[in-house]
Design a protein. Structure first.
Length: 340
């Protein structure tokens, strides 16, 4: 996918040479994460290494477009995205380079790394099934069961253009084949309680309001209702049950926040050190805890809110790299069947 930067973006590139101060040791991070508390993460890295971290935050597609426009003169050293789909788009756009590290290989499992070493996962989020406890006695236990006609008019789920659903369907294409994945998508579409609308929180709100009985959402949207008052959700949390899907076979679908090395990284050695730091216990706990996700490195303790959902069996059979590989096929299926 080729991204065409806007005129205003191209004009801004002229300032890129002064976007970061000239320092003896520095690393420049383009990040689609938007957490003020990331300051603590980067300060810890600086304390350990003496390397100053400069960062620019924007949506992933905007950052990719900026890196394309900057070309060989891009100051970007590291790119952080919040899902594999965007990492794949960055790879296709030619703004990443392969990066090999014994530290990363030892810490991050193979299914959470790109097979060509273009990116790796720094935290995991699961796309799971939620249901109304007072209306659903035996909820679906697998993604496949969501297409069963017995759930007609009960399901709330986001649009087919949403990157989370694209990755889910891309994974099903890998597991079952394209035709079976198409039939699954048709079945889920037929079972929807309403046309797709809103974000994951809105799907959970649909259960609370009674508009639907079952919803598909990333797990952290549910946990946000415990951290603070989320209108239309927090008041109904007691009646929301959740299922970790496919625990009897391949495991639950997980997507990733990812880290990658920029194609023209001017601070290559510093970028390598930062990328390896991202796999440390300190960084892993930080990445996961910021958004109630699960660490990519096994054995790192969960934050208190995430721990309330317990441990699950993730899908380790399906490489997360297929989410990008099959994204175009997934989008074509959604478009074809009218899952808008």
């Amino acid at each position: 996918m080729t991204l065409s930067p806007s005129r205003s973006l191209i004009a801004a590139i002229a300032l890129s040479a002064t976007a970061f101060p000239a320092l003896a040791q520095e690393v420049n991070v383009y990040s689609s994460r938007h957490y003020d508390t990331d300051d603590a993460l980067y300060q810890e890295f600086t304390n350990r290494t003496g390397i100053t971290v400069n960062r620019i935050e924007a949506k992933a597609d905007e950052l990719i477009a900026r890196m394309q426009a900057e070309g060989d003169n891009s100051p970007a050293d590291v790119l952080l995205t919040v899902d594999v789909g965007r990492a794949s788009r960055a790879e296709e756009a030619g703004v990443l380079q392969a990066f090999s590290s014994d530290v990363i290989d030892a810490r991050i499992p193979p299914h959470l790394r790109d097979p060509d070493n273009m990116w790796f996962g720094v935290s995991q989020r699961a796309r799971i099934i939620f249901y109304a406890k007072d209306r659903v006695e035996n909820p679906p236990r697998t993604y496949e069961e969501l297409a069963d006609p017995k759930w007609k008019d009960t399901i709330c789920i986001r649009s087919g253009s949403n990157i989370y659903n694209l990755s889910l369907l891309a994974g099903l294409i890998d597991v079952h084949g394209e035709e079976a994945a198409r039939e699954w998508a048709k079945g889920v579409l037929a079972n929807m309680a309403r046309p797709p609308q809103g974000g994951d929180t809105d799907q959970l709100r649909g259960i609370v309001s009674g508009e639907c009985d079952i919803a598909v959402s990333n797990q952290y949207y549910y946990l946000r209702g415990f951290e603070g008052e989320v209108e239309g959700l927090t008041s109904g949390l007691d009646n929301l049950g959740f299922i970790w899907p496919n625990q009897g076979d391949r495991g639950a679908h997980v997507n990733l926040s990812t880290a990658a090395k920029a194609a023209h990284a001017p601070n290559s050695d510093e970028a390598d050190k930062l990328l390896e730091f991202f796999t440390s216990d300190f960084a892993q706990a930080h990445f996961a805890g910021q958004n109630n996700e699960y660490p990519a490195v096994s054995g790192v303790p969960l934050d208190e809110d995430t721990a309330r959902m317990g441990i699950f069996i993730p899908d380790t059979q399906t490489s997360t790299a297929v989410y990008g590989d099959n994204a175009a096929k997934a989008q074509a299926i959604f478009n074809e069947i009218g899952w808008n």
